[in-house]
Design a protein around this ligand. Structure first.
Ligand SMILES: NC(=O)c1ccc[n+]([C@@H]2O[C@H](COP(=O)([O-])OP(=O)(O)OC[C@H]3O[C@@H](n4cnc5c(N)ncnc54)[C@H](O)[C@@H]3O)[C@@H](O)[C@H]2O)c1
Length: 405
């Protein structure tokens, strides 16, 4: 099978499980909301995102896509997409080419942007300021990117409206929690071929991603520890039945540590000094900065690859630490990412967001925006409908009762 044929089969398979996106694509093909416009998309280049790109293209746009992580690119998806739209990227490419693709994508002077980790936005603000004036709006995929948008807004101001799709309930309740929860299992198992049951698994961070990962690890029979910096979230984890402690204590007890914070050096030098022999370190936060890899390297006597995507670091006292996928998001770099049914909701939002930005361009200020409640509700109702689930509606009597003062 050629890479193109494999790409086509994979893209078709996931699309057959994305009924909401199918409806939006059919609407867009009729309405042509993006006719004459260029839309730049920076996302993991895999079959589900391919379907987002093809949906935007069906709406009449010229679409240019580039990867949001060099390890998550599927070459078969790129081979398929390149026959339908402009697409840059190759799996495992070097940092220079990866970075160059942001510029090649921006060279198309996009009117609208769909971003992940605010990578195109950061490139625009730092290196391509001449293009800032031409952008109508941007929608951002993930928590890490929303943080960067807010930092740019605080420090120098935004030049166009930026919508955090992650703020939608239909995104973070499902994609971050259940999507990452399930795909982390896949990444961990494919990388290691070891058990989860009977192991002590520490989840760093109990936000939406951490909740999903902790839930699924418990479901597989692990004893789960949670570490947090937020008192409320730590209490929430404890009430949910997880053990909560500091990372310095957890490191000594854990067979697996999974970082989900989006922060910096959550596992650091002091932890490497006490970490349990044969502990597996892995990350599902957006950037590979949660495990201090230079410090791990400095703490180790030797390092070697023991399996694809598994590096062993041997300490002077003989303890071994295994790092998966160089600290990149294991669910995407090793696993195949979130299930199609979950990304159906995320990419429904990601395809509706540019249309909203376009239709409301006269009234939307150049600042950070959350997803309007109506859009969240629209996607929720479409998803229920495609699942054949009907729900009750409040009666007039119930409405009057609820509004009573
Ligand atoms: N792998 C994926 O497919 C995927 C999917 C969605 C989101 N993400 C990424 O996962 C990360 C988390 O997303 P989220 O939606 O859960 O964010 P969130 O803000 O809901 O949760 C992050 C949690 O980490 C905690 N935290 C911060 N620093 C910490 C530290 N040093 N130690 C322990 N806890 C700490 C915070 O208090 C917070 O509760 C982000 O980087 C996001 O972009 C990845």
């Amino acid at each position: 099978m050629t890479p193109y044929e494999l790409g086509e089969k994979r893209v078709d398979w996931v699309f057959s499980h994305m009924p909401v996106l199918q409806r939006i694509r059919a609407d867009y093909a009729r309405e042509q909301p993006f006719k004459g416009l260029t839309v730049a998309i920076c996302l993991h280049l895999e079959p589900k995102t391919a379907n987002l790109g093809l949906t935007i293209r069906a709406g009449g746009a010229t679409v240019v896509m580039c990867p949001s992580n060099p390890l998550s690119t599927q070459d078969s998806t790129v081979a398929y997409l390149q026959r339908h739209l402009t697409c840059f990227g190759a799996r495992g490419e070097d940092p220079e080419s990866y970075h160059r693709h942001f510029h090649e994508t921006l060279d198309f002077k996009p009117d609208l942007i769909i971003d992940d980790g605010a990578q195109l936005l950061s490139t625009l603000h730092k290196e391509r300021r001449e293009l800032l004036g031409g952008v109508i709006g941007l929608s951002e995929e993930t928590t890490g990117g929303v943080n960067i948008i807010k930092a740019i807004e605080r420090k120098e101001g935004l030049r166009f409206p930026c919508m955090g799709v992650n703020t939608a309930l239909m995104k973070h309740l499902f994609d971050n929690r259940y999507g990452t929860g399930q795909s982390t299992i896949e990444g961990l198992l494919v990388a290691t071929n070891l058990t989860v049951c009977g192991k002590v698994v520490t989840v760093a961070g109990y936000g939406w991603v951490g909740k999903g990962v902790a839930l699924r690890m418990r479901g597989l029979g692990a004893e789960v520890i949670v570490t947090e910096v937020d008192a409320t979230k730590a209490l929430d984890a404890r009430m949910e039945g997880f053990r909560v402690m500091r990372m310095i204590e957890a490191a000594a007890l854990s067979d697996v540590i999974i970082t989900t914070t989006g922060g910096l050096n959550v596992i650091d030098e002091p932890h490497f000094a006490v970490i349990k022999d044969q502990c597996i370190l892995t990350n599902v936060g957006h950037f590979n900065r949660e495990i201090n890899i230079p410090a791990l390297r400095a703490s180790a006597k030797t390092e070697r690859e023991v399996r694809p995507d598994v590096e062993e670091f041997a300490m002077v006292d003989g303890r071994r630490v295994y790092l998966l996928a160089n600290g990149e998001l294991v669910n995407i770099a090793v696993g195949q990412g979130h299930p199609a049914e979950i990304m159906d909701m995320t990419f429904a939002l990601q395809s509706l967001a540019p249309k909203y930005l376009l239709e409301n361009r006269a009234s939307l200020e150049a600042r950070f925006h959350t997803v309007p409640e109506a859009m969240d509700e629209q996607v929720a109702r479409m998803k229920l409908d495609t699942m054949g689930i009907e729900i009750d509606a409040r009666s007039d009597e119930q409405r009057q009762y609820d509004d009573y003062y």
